[in-house]
Design a protein around this ligand. Structure first.
Ligand code: ATP
Ligand code: MG
Length: 436
């Protein structure tokens, strides 16, 4: 007999949208904590905007003929009939909010954000439908100094995460809108001459977004693309000067880069500087951070002309990279230091008290108190399973003597009997032993 369609069928998560499980969350917190501290050290303030915006915001900023707007957005009508979209990226929302709250009037702003983004893409390793970005935007500054500084900030992040030797900075300049329009005509003429070599996607883009053809990953097109006219050779004088000043600042700061004349980025709002940090360790999802200058966007969205530069990094890809390269530090594993174990129910109250005392005096230690009773054997088993490095045992004898037994769970080492009233001090010494 076939099973009837059951109302008890388990409901699963949406394809391409991931649960972040306890085993991974400590690593995410380590990453996020490192980023947050870094943003503060560079004088960036966090901004949080809604996950949903009016669809027109993204269509007008990212561009109607980009992949994101054409086929990746989660767009729906709400109950009032308004067209809303789950944000596919952070810059548009950030600009909207900064304009709406008057943050851009005669002042500079350095803002950062993080959170989930949504794109209806084909899920694969490093590419999801809900993914997370952390990004920054600097408004009101038009010089190459701020471009260099945001790159330095990202480079410092790689250094702190141990990734600097595993990523490459790719740079290009898109020039001014006028120079790019002139270049676009030359490029289209070149592609027209080689029309027979263009794949279907590229033919479609030829009229709508020909620069994106340069970004094609199709190996059959590679030789033809290599000979295409280069944006770098068609820059306006001011953009060329800007770019040269940027590379000089990067060189002075000791930041290596490669110029990638085919780097165009998939969003329409960029001009002048564009950059990506890429890695070869993640297969084809190799871009971990991408950004550039978007001097025209604020005006395009109805504000006063405001120069701006920013970047966004994909958190999932960076977590994958840290995992793949085994660069996860001990502290990011989220392991317990101590399992506090009353050996019978009579010791519970005192064990709880000791655990609270240690937590007050040594806030950096992670302690878990055994709860739920059980036989002595099952308690010991739980201590072992907890992953803690040490267990604090408290039974009848310890209670009577005002002492506690410290057992090492992960190393061959004799257990210690410690005085309860000097417990925190002893533990502090032990912890610094381990760190040294
Ligand atoms: P890609 O070329 O990989 O599709 P993109 O040009 O669409 O990237 P951006 O819009 O610039 O990417 O987003 C910045 C960063 O966010 C990317 O470099 C990547 O690290 C991450 N990212 C973008 N889309 C996804 C996704 N679907 N899943 C996971 N991370 C993503
Ligand atoms: Mg994309």
């Amino acid at each position: 007999m076939s099973k009837p369609e059951s109302s008890k069928k388990k409901i699963q998560a949406i394809r391409g949208m991931n649960d972040l499980l306890p085993g991974q969350s400590a690593l995410w917190q380590y990453f996020e904590g490192t980023v947050q501290a870094l943003m503060q050290r560079y004088g960036y303030a966090e901004i949080r905007t809604p996950i949903v915006e009016q669809t027109a915001l993204f269509a007008r900023s990212i561009g109607e003929v980009t992949d994101i707007v054409e086929k990746e957005m989660y767009t729906f009508e709400d109950r009032n009939g308004d067209s809303l979209t789950l944000r596919p990226e952070g810059t548009a929302s950030c600009v909207r909010a900064a304009m709406e709250h008057g943050l851009l009037h005669n002042q500079t702003q350095r803002l950062w954000y993080q959170g989930p983004m949504f794109r209806h893409e084909r899920p694969q390793k490093g590419r999801y439908r809900q993914f997370h970005q952390v990004g920054l935007e600097a408004f009101g500054l038009d010089g190459p100094d701020i471009d260099a500084e945001v790159i330095l900030l990202s480079a410092r992040l790689w250094k702190e995460l141990g990734l600097l030797d595993h990523v490459t900075l790719e740079l290009n300049s898109l020039g001014s809108n006028e120079a790019r329009a002139a270049y676009r005509d030359k490029l289209v003429a070149y592609f027209e001459q080689h029309r027979d070599q263009l794949d279907e996607d590229s033919l479609r883009r030829l009229s709508s977004n020909p620069l994106r053809i340069l970004d094609s990953k199709n190996p059959d097109m590679a030789p033809m693309l290599a000979d295409a006219p280069k944006l770098m050779d068609h820059l306006d004088a001011a953009s060329r000067e800007h770019f040269e000043a940027l590379t000089a600042l990067l060189e002075a700061a000791g930041i290596d880069y490669v110029i990638n004349p085919r780097l165009v980025r998939g969003l329409d709002y960029y001009c002048r500087t564009v950059f990506e940090w890429t890695t070869t360790a993640l297969g084809s999802q190799g871009t971990v951070c991408a950004g550039g200058r978007y001097d025209g966007l604020v005006e395009q969205l109805g504000g006063k002309p405001t120069p701006a530069v920013g970047f966004a990094m994909g958190i999932e890809r960076l977590i994958l990279l840290l995992d793949t390269l085994e660069l996860v530090p001990q502290a990011a594993l989220g392991e317990l230091d101590l399992y506090v174990l009353p050996m019978d129910d009579g010791a519970t109250a005192q064990a709880m008290l000791l655990a609270e005392q240690v937590r007050s005096e040594l806030p950096e230690l992670r302690l878990q108190l055994h709860c739920g009773g059980g036989s002595f054997k099952s308690r010991i088993k739980k201590a072992d399973k907890s992953g803690a490095r040490m267990a604090l045992l408290l039974g009848e004898d310890e209670l009577a003597e005002g002492r506690v037994t410290l057992k090492f769970l992960r190393e061959e080492r004799d257990q210690l009997s410690l005085a309860q009233d000097a417990l925190a001090k002893t533990l502090a010494n032990l912890a610094s032993d381990v760190r040294a």
